[in-house]
Design a protein around this ligand. Structure first.
Ligand code: GDP
Ligand code: MG
Length: 343
């Protein structure tokens, strides 16, 4: 199962600087010639694939990117300085489309791949260049060219980095909404009734990961009943699992038993899933008075004999979520970039 992360941005290359019209005028040199320099060319905009970036989420915050204009030419045959190019970093695998024509401009498949998406304007021509035997004092110049402007659509197929498991009503969907900065779309999703709930969690600039809530992971799923099996398959491709637990279920079921039921489900599907990094995310802590939360959670952890990491959060009250996101990012970065392919 692949998801599509996308962003639309506008890029503008710099305008070329105008050519100068100037004549050398020195006190003892009355017939100084034309000396207007050329304008500098405008900066271009490039997109470059960078392995350290996972998602396009940063391009949802800032959407307009402009390279510098070239400087105009000056007297004494001085050319204007060229405008600096602008190079934007995007994840490896980013496809770049012209948003207006739908044309595929480039597909940056390997780290370091680079595409020019907006060409800088040509520098103008100064009058010095128009000097000839018949015209020793040309006033003619050529202005700088306009830089290209383009609307781009960036698309990236992503796999979820973090998968959520837990019983229905544990608060998985709520947790994703509370943590997410953006919602990727689903690519070629075969089911019409049940959609995984996805989010991009943005931790800092260029630090983000994709999280997926996989509905349907309920008792019986491992036997292939219903759609659960599809989600279990997907779970096995994520690098980190959050096991979300309602610490105060309304049906008064025991959170410990609820955790064990899911653990059992994972094991039945594939015992190797139990080797996967799984963090206990004790959720809905807002339902208890603050001073009781720690003891209540300690008790669950102890009864579970849980050896892994534990996070105490509330999706609704947005408690503990930043730490959870930050720790997940550290973990994923420590794992390196996954080249795991699915489908
Ligand atoms: P999911 O089935 O695991 O996706 O669970 P949902 O996110 O749909 O939440 C199930 C129910 O629990 C909803 O009524 C939510 O409003 C509620 N809920 C989710 N997170 C919290 C939380 O942190 N605190 C409280 N008090 N309720 C929550
Ligand atoms: Mg849900």
């Amino acid at each position: 199962m692949k998801f599509i992360d996308e962003a639309t941005i506008s890029v503008g290359a710099g305008k070329g600087g105008n050519g100068a019209c100037s004549f050398l005028r020195l006190k003892f040199m009355p017939f100084g010639g034309p000396d207007g320099g050329d304008g500098g060319s405008g900066g271009s905009v490039f997109l470059r694939a960078d392995e350290s970036i996972n998602t396009l989420v940063d391009y949802r915050y800032v959407r307009i990117y402009k390279a510098d204009d070239g400087e105009k030419g000056m007297g004494r045959d001085s050319s204007g300085k060229g405008g600096s190019d602008l190079t934007l970093r995007v994840p490896v695998g980013t496809m770049i489309y012209d948003e207006d024509t739908n044309e595929l401009i480039a597909d940056l498949t390997a780290p370091g791949d680079i595409a020019c998406v907006a060409q800088g304007g040509r520098g103008g021509v100064g009058n010095a260049r128009f000097k000839s035997s018949v015209n020793r004092s040309p006033r003619r110049t050529v202005p700088g060219g306009e830089g290209e402007n383009r609307n781009l659509r960036l698309e990236l197929k992503v796999l979820a980095d973090v998968g959520l498991v837990g019983l229905p009503n544990a608060g998985k969907s709520t947790l994703i909404s509370a943590m997410s900065a953006a919602r990727p779309k689903i690519a070629d999703y075969p089911f019409t009734t049940l959609y995984p709930n996805l989010g991009v969690v943005s931790v800092a600039r260029y630090n983000s990961f994709v999280i997926a809530d996989l509905p349907g992971l309920i008792e019986g799923a491992a036997e292939g009943a219903g759609l659960g099996i599809q989600f279990l398959k997907h779970v096995s491709r994520t690098r980190l699992l959050f096991h979300v637990v309602d610490i105060m279920p309304v049906d008064e079921s025991d959170p410990v038993e609820n955790v064990n039921a899911i653990t059992h489900e994972l094991e039945k599907y594939n015992p190797e899933l139990l080797q996967k990094e799984r963090w206990l995310v004790l959720n809905k802590t807002d339902l208890l008075p603050e001073e009781e939360v720690q003891a209540h959670c300690d008790n669950i952890v102890k009864r579970l004999n849980w050896k892994g990491r534990v996070f105490i959060v509330s999706g609704v009250a947005q408690r503990g979520l930043e730490d959870l996101a930050q720790q997940a990012m550290y973990y994923l970065q420590g794992q390196g970039v996954s080249d795991d392919e699915f489908n």
